[in-house]
Design a protein around this ligand. Sequence first.
Ligand code: PEP
Length: 246
Amino acid sequence: MRRPLVMGNWKMHGSRASVGQLLDALIRPEQESAAEVVVCPAFVHLQQAVDVCEPSSIAVGAQDCSHMRSGAYTGEVSAGMLVDLGCRWVILGHSERRQYHAESDGLVAAKLAAALAAGLRVVLCVGETQEEREAGEAQLVVASQLHAALAEQASLTDIVIAYEPVWAIGTGLTATPEQAQQMHAFIRKELVQCEGVIPERVRLLYGGSVKAANASALFGQQDIDGALVGGASLDAEEFRQIIAAA
Ligand code: PEP
């Protein structure tokens, strides 16, 4: 059995006040849920989130981390620093990092290794652009991102994979449940190539304009084990409904 996982990626949104309100609305009253829930605020709001979430079952994750352990890397935040402040998770390889910060597959793989070594659990994002899908290359792109990141990993116990078609992120366009399921089944099949991994045990999240209105249909698919939610996770009521659907 794979426990459903719903993660909120709050990106570069919010202030101490608005993040406080959002957290309060999420933890009080705490929702009974079969799903594991993680919120990922911006770095500067992580400590606040950890402090508020501590007594609840909601875990806190970061949206990125450095591939280096420590040193003269101005502006960077190490995985060890995140663990030290109470973070349990980190999102890596998000398409916005790949696109706006030129993160290569190699850098994502190095960040993944650093995060696992520090004791974080990782959500590894993969996904194709609109052009790649139209050119019939979606599976090729996803497989290559996946294998580049996982090549050195002997175990996927602390790794969750999020399939996030770039054309569906923040656009209001969602992959149909069938399109998402097709790619998830493909990813699970690809995981057979990772030595020592039991693909059926790896959780696969879908991300890309998930909302309360489409969550149930997505979660009803055999290989969709939860969601990485951007925009809709900034609205406590909407996010709660997505959690309930999982
Ligand atoms: C994301 O950024 O991971 C995401 C899925 O965003 P949205 O839900 O807004 O499309």
